[in-house]
Write a protein that binds this ligand. Sequence first.
Ligand SMILES: [Fe+2]
Ligand SMILES: [Fe+2]
Length: 134
Amino acid sequence: MPFIEFTPKEKVNVKILDEQHEQLAALFNVLHSNLDESKRELAAETLKAIIDLVEKHFFAEERLMKQFRFTGYFSHKLEHDRFYNKLLLLADKYKKGEESIGERELDGFKQWFFNHIELNDKKCGEFLSSQGIN
Ligand SMILES: [Fe+2]
Ligand SMILES: [Fe+2]
């Protein structure tokens, strides 16, 4: 079983967002299988890919929320910003060798991923679906 299993239960029913969530889960799985110190370079590359995708994904989600004037936009964006900043800080420390990435960090990502989809993205998806976006 993969570290993060993306099942239909996690779907928010907006195609582009579901695709990006699934890609993100796949990248977290790659990172999870490269936690060994000997694979540090590969892990750093994967972390970079995760950051790029997170940027792209948050931008897409926020753009849709703004475009359709979703009232939960600000609190949702705050959640994105917090996670993004945490991710950047970790990647920066990892690059400098000041921090390692282990199960604890990955578990944190996983927890954030599922919580955020459940508590934020699903509401956003429901709203967007009601606006005819799918
Ligand atoms: Fe989100
Ligand atoms: Fe999302």
